[in-house]
Ligand binder design. Sequence first.
Ligand SMILES: [Zn+2]
Ligand SMILES: [Zn+2]
Length: 335
Amino acid sequence: MKVNGYAAIEPRAKLTPYSYELGAIGAEQVDIKVSYCGLCHSDISMIKNDWGMTTYPFVPGHEIIGEVVATGDAVKNVKVGDKVGLGWMSSSCMSCEQCMSGHHHLCAKGEGTIVGRNGGFADYVRGHWSWAIPLPKDIDLSKAGPLLCGGITVFNPIILAGVKPTDTVGVIGIGGLGHMAIKFLKHWGCEVIAFSSNPNKKKEILKMGASQVINSTAPEELESITGKLNFILNTTNVSLDWNSYLTALAPKGKFHTVGAVLEPMAIPAFSLMLGEKTVGGSPIGSPALTKTMLDFCARHNIYPEVEEFPMAKVNEAIEHLENGKARFRIVLKNQ
Ligand SMILES: [Zn+2]
Ligand SMILES: [Zn+2]
């Protein structure tokens, strides 16, 4: 089968139409006809080869919503005609300790949808059946794409940290990831405090469910919540004054990052020891938890705020995101 998509030919190149032959389907693989695909910051990092693992021509796209159109002989759980989502990962070994204990996203042999293979900025994409997540019946397909990468990235920490509905929590950085975190935590039952450096977003952030927006560039505002937060989720990838956030944690509080801060994070040991605080991080989440998250979203009508672009205008969409104009997540639609 011939696949038509958009690829970067070299690092930082604009995407151009690109076709490739998919080849015979593997026994455990499914082919998905792509209806929508979210545009994630990771796609841009990969186009630029920021992480040194991009192969060219490079077809980005790992927040895929579509329909199963072909299945290998040994496929389980999904069938032709099913609506599914495919996120950052497209395959895992299904036999290592992590896979066997349900943590497929931690599989050392796991395969990324856009790492060494072609992603979802195309009419078709292929993946292992275990990562083709069946979608709830009533979910809004046009908005669900970003849940498959960005959504599960901020949902998993809520489970990992054991966040309780009675907790007061903080979210740092209210962009593509952070705004989804606010919605999840609000529906979880928490009181949510947002940290943002952009005062123009305040009204929107309160509408998403935050009870308070703290200007993260004003130290006195941070001081006003000293010792109050049970959990803080960092979604930014820039170096901040981490200690001031640790000070905002209540005893036994947890600071969790999903923002890929490239510099080492300076964490004073005393800030952790005295209040029995912990610092952690995580990547996406397992297929089972992704399914749970999608059900939670359908039940509570939780969706990212999306701006839709036709797939053919992918370069405009990328520019929009790179210029910091996205409110708050971009979805590409196949015609
Ligand atoms: Zn992503
Ligand atoms: Zn494995």
